[in-house]
Design a protein around this ligand. Structure first.
Ligand SMILES: [Zn+2]
Length: 64
């Protein structure tokens, strides 16, 4: 079983090279709707709406 899984972009159907691309996860506020996610290539990920989110971990110096 040496066959590796290839990842395909859910938006443009292009193959996503290893250690590239992104996963977009959508969480509905209404928990009953669950959530969904999409695998994206770098190009499509860049074109998606959304803001950069700070990495978890150390907090930036307090802005309050
Ligand atoms: Zn794509």
């Amino acid at each position: 079983m040496a066959r590796k899984t290839i990842l395909v972009c859910d938006n443009c159907s292009k193959e996503v090279p290893e250690s590239r691309g992104a996963v977009m996860r959508l969480n509905y506020q209404d928990a009953r709707r669950g959530s969904k996610q999409a695998d994206l290539c770098d190009d499509c990920a860049a074109g998606m709406p959304g803001q950069q989110v700070a990495r978890r971990g150390r907090r930036p110096k307090s802005m309050a």
